[in-house]
Design a protein around this ligand. Structure first.
Ligand SMILES: NC(=O)c1ccc[n+]([C@@H]2O[C@H](COP(=O)([O-])OP(=O)(O)OC[C@H]3O[C@@H](n4cnc5c(N)ncnc54)[C@H](O)[C@@H]3O)[C@@H](O)[C@H]2O)c1
Ligand SMILES: [Zn+2]
Length: 394
């Protein structure tokens, strides 16, 4: 008989999750039943629902609220809660506090639903509140930016910023459902509409040559908000992100590598450096361009493809430069922050080719500085439609 105090047990177990994605054209009108289809009432009970929206989405949210209020199985516990949108909502804990108070006062429980209508920043803050209340209330995300529909909406993370660092407080939590609705993008300003596609370019560079070529060919149509092209780009990006999360083997990022964070070590540093004046999507475009140039200098990423990446992002209408990129040393601190955030040794994904990522553990600082300087030159050339020239030193 072993002594109980000397027994050690290491038991692996897994928890089944379901990821529910619905793609609709107007969930506040004809496609409302799609939203209803993901809400399950308990046995003999009406499902409690709290609707939370950011200001710019007040109109479609009011229509959704009206229909929820008329649905027999649903107990809409309050009028829609309207909160701020944009990065500022993540820069303090006040919105999270407010939502927690409401969840408490309205007696929501673990079988209740929080439906959040907003951009990636607002969804991150609301998602965090929903994840920690009662250790997790069902969250239905209705993303309202191209970035959130193409990437973060189906993500399994939420967070707010803290200590002037991105996403410092947060949890992993699988949303109950995600509804990508085209009409919710109608009011999005061009700047926000365009920069969301940087995540589509990012994921295509990691996963799909075909998709990257398609994005290059359709960048002008997407920039001009042509419906068929932009809907397809959002959907393909969403599916590539979703596939990585559900089939990539590491949804909660326990391993060293975080491939979906390609280009993000500098993006996450640039955002606070610009006091969040730059959008996440814009910072990601710059980060992707920098790491693609670095990849061409260090890992044989073809120079022609590197130019295509910069051209594609520029044609999507995203600026590939910000004055806070220099002096480069301040940006480079992002490498250490990235390492600290992950723990353990630095692991960054770079590219040997389109669809051919490689994880590396060291950055050559001189070459990275060179890559950033190259970006300044290349983006000027691309922006003025000149054939870009690329230095080969480094
Ligand atoms: N959790 C994740 O997995 C994950 C992944 C990627 C990005 N993110 C986070 O997402 C955030 C960026 O999200 P984003 O790009 O959606 O930007 P955002 O949420 O900051 O929205 C951009 C702007 O558009 C406004 N807006 C949103 N929808 C609108 C609409 N339909 N009409 C008019 N205005 C609208 C917002 O109020 C804001 O001013 C960052 O904080 C980033 O860190 C999270
Ligand atoms: Zn991102």
């Amino acid at each position: 008989m072993p002594n109980p105090s000397e027994t050690s047990l290491d038991i692996q177990f897994s928890v089944p999750f379901v990821h529910r994605l619905r793609v609709t054209d107007d969930v506040s009108r004809a496609d409302f039943p799609q939203l209803l289809s993901v809400i399950e009432a308990g046995s003999g009970e009406r499902a409690k629902v709290l609707l939370i929206a950011e200001h710019s989405l007040a109109e479609p949210t009011a229509r959704i609220a009206k229909q929820l209020g008329q649905t027999h199985d649903i107990d809409l516990v309050h009028a829609p809660l309207v909160v701020d949108g944009g990065e500022s909502v993540k820069n303090s804990s006040s919105t999270v506090e407010l939502i927690l108070q409401q969840i408490n006062q309205l007696n929501l429980d673990r079988r209740s639903y929080v439906i959040a209508v907003g951009g990636g920043a607002m969804l991150d803050a609301v998602g965090y509140a929903a994840a920690i209340a009662h250790r997790g209330i069902r969250l239905i995300r209705l993303p309202t930016t191209t970035l959130a529909q193409a990437d973060s909406g189906v993500g399994v993370k939420n967070a707010i910023n803290y200590f002037e660092k991105k996403n410092w407080i947060g949890t992993f939590a699988v949303p109950w459902a995600v509804i990508n609705d085209a009409a919710l993008l109608d009011t999005l300003p061009d700047r926000d509409f365009r920069c969301g596609f940087s995540e589509a370019v990012k994921v295509s560079l990691l996963k799909s040559k075909t998709e990257f070529s398609w994005l290059c060919e359709n960048a002008d149509a997407i920039r001009e908000r042509e419906t068929v092209a932009s809907k397809r780009a959002v959907h393909q990006s969403c599916l590539l992100h979703l596939k990585h999360i559900t089939h990539g083997g590491d949804p909660f990022e326990m391993l060293e590598a975080r491939p979906l964070d390609f280009g993000h070590w500098s993006a996450h540093r640039l955002e606070p450096l610009t006091k969040y004046q730059i959008r996440h999507g814009e910072a990601v475009a710059i980060g992707v361009a920098i790491d693609t140039i670095y990849s061409s200098m260090m890992f044989g990423f073809p120079e022609q493809d590197m130019r295509s990446v910069c051209q594609c992002l520029t044609r999507l209408g995203i600026k590939l430069w910000h004055e806070e990129l220099t002096p480069t040393e301040r940006l480079m601190q992002g490498l250490e922050e990235f390492r600290q955030h992950l723990g353990g040794r630095l692991t960054i994904t770079m590219l040997r080719g389109v669809g051919d990522p490689i994880d590396i553990h060291e950055i050559d600082h001189a070459t990275m500085r060179n890559a950033i300087e190259q970006l300044q030159q290349i983006q000027e050339e691309v922006a003025t439609n000149h054939e870009p020239r690329v230095g080969t030193e480094g």
